[in-house]
Write a protein that binds this ligand. Structure first.
Ligand code: GBH
Length: 462
């Protein structure tokens, strides 16, 4: 297609949703304000050695107080959509019991501010900040927490439902279960494979119960966001690939979208604490109609067969499998840069789960950004985003039903166990002053959005 002096462009479909994403604990701060109760991350970030330099989300980007400025920033970039998460402990300070109206007030104001600027809000109901009181009662290993989650979802819908079209229940249940309860690198920091499989099931159950409650309350679109990745191995590693793919991808995709657990995953769970927590009827609850599958894509996993290798702590049952370090270019997280993985993932999902629409709810990268003369020249991030958008475009051309793309993240923020050391934002945050500086990638993204596409050739042509 012609595109003025740029010659030609790779156009995205009309109505393609361009946006950015964040999560409550990573940006809000105001940890003790207006009746917010403690979450598992408030406690975990205070356990010595768990988060780099003892960083916490107490202040973070102070977004709770600066949301108006942040929405103006989004509007200036031309974002059509903003994905944020609602903090359960703001709404239910002890996880259950009476709703804290002042906690909901914040999201009420945020949603109104977004809509006033023409930005569509995409709330996620759980991005890892479980109320501490619920963890004290067993956390996600307890079946009851799934029911409490549905109550909370209904309370948020009560307040915001008149202005929200698309509701996402969970962000990345694999991470919540296996990094939280098995490898212990995330809150609550438990290291028990049986607990992780129970947690995964109860997260899925909570998704199903919440989806059902939201639907009954009138929600138009319901989504589940998963961290998904192609698992890649050499020809002699087929069994390793299947096993890791089951744990990471199919353990969540198949129950939510097909109503059953994969047999290979059940066998692994069976050997790690048994299946007693899975009750008759649970899979029917979990298998709710979904309009959208949210995909958080960062990189593929590379595995090989390695007899004698102990299990990766986040992948119980992965004995004899080595997770290979990346060979090519990496980000500041040491994660591989592999845009082709996004294309193959989108095509695989549209082949294996053809009924559900697809939305990239996170994709992005940390790099070692520096401010010089008031600017952040993050050419590597521009290259990363450009390459991944080309991959997304190729998947759409090959038939994938991809509806939009939300970059992770709008702002530099609290990067979990890495604290404030890893910067994923397209907007730089100077945490000492809370000054925001749109990086070159933000300015580039604004152009992409305004043209609904990319220029042909490398991003150097811009
Ligand atoms: C997302 O998680 C989060 O939703 C977001 O909050 C976070 O800030 C962002 O990404 C950046 O980290 O080989 O066992 O280490 C991404 C989580 C990270 C999960 C990479 C899979 C590799 C699996 N993913 N991880 S492992």
């Amino acid at each position: 297609e012609p595109d003025g002096r740029h010659g030609r462009r790779l156009a995205f479909p009309d109505g393609f949703v361009w946006g950015a994403a964040t999560a409550a604990y990573q940006i809000e701060g105001a940890a003790a304000e207006h009746g917010r109760g403690p979450s598992i991350w408030d406690g975990f970030s205070r356990v010595p050695g768990k988060v780099a330099d003892g960083h916490t989300g107490d202040v973070a980007c102070d977004h709770y107080h600066r949301y108006e400025e942040d929405v103006r920033l989004m509007a200036g970039l031309g974002l059509a959509a903003y994905r944020f998460s609602v903090a359960w402990p703001r709404v239910c300070p002890t996880g259950s019991g009476p709703v804290n109206a002042r906690g909901l007030d914040f999201y009420d104001r945020l949603v109104d501010e977004l809509l006033a600027h023409g930005i569509v809000p995409y709330p996620t109901l759980y991005h890892w900040d479980l109320p501490q009181a619920l963890e004290d009662a067993g956390g996600w290993t307890s079946r009851d927490v799934a029911y409490r989650f549905a109550d909370y979802a209904a309370a948020v819908h009560d307040r915001l439902g008149d202005r929200i079209r698309t509701w996402t229940t969970l962000n990345e249940p694999w991470v919540a279960a296996f990094l939280g309860y098995c490898s212990g690198v995330h809150a609550p920091g438990r290291e028990d494979p049986a607990a992780a499989f129970r947690a995964a099931h109860h997260l899925l159950l909570g998704h199903g119960l919440a989806a059902s409650a939201l639907r009954t309350a009138g929600a138009a679109e319901i989504a589940l966001t998963l961290n998904l990745a192609p698992v890649i191995g050499t020809d002699d590693a087929v069994a390793a690939v299947t096993r890791v793919d089951g744990l990471l991808n199919r353990q969540f995709l198949d129950p939510a979208l097909r109503g059953h657990y994969p047999r290979d995953v059940l066998e692994i769970a069976e050997r790690h604490g048994g299946l007693g927590h899975i009750r008759d009827g649970d899979l029917e609850i979990i298998h709710q109609p979904l309009e959208l599958l949210g995909i958080n894509y960062y990189n593929p996993s590379f595995v090989s067969a390695a007899p004698g290798e102990p299990a990766n702590p986040a992948f119980p049952g992965s004995e004899g499998i080595r997770f290979d370090p990346p060979a090519g270019p990496t980000t500041a997280m040491d994660w591989p840069i592999d845009p082709a993985g996004l294309e193959s993932l989108l095509l695989r999902l549209s082949r294996d789960y053809p009924e559900v629409g697809l939305l990239v709810t996170e994709n992005g990268a940390a790099f070692d950004d520096v401010v010089r003369d008031g600017r952040v020249a993050d050419a590597e991030r521009v290259g990363y985003l450009d390459a991944h958008l080309r991959a997304a475009h190729a998947a759409i051309s090959a038939g994938a039903d991809l509806r939009g793309y939300l970059v992770w993240s709008l702002l530099d923020n609290f990067e979990w166990a890495y604290g404030y050391h890893k910067r994923f934002g397209i907007v730089y945050v100077d945490f000492a002053t809370q000054r925001r500086i749109p990086k070159e990638s933000a300015l580039w993204y604004r152009e992409v959005i305004s043209r609904n596409g990319l220029s042909y050739g490398s991003q150097g042509d811009e």
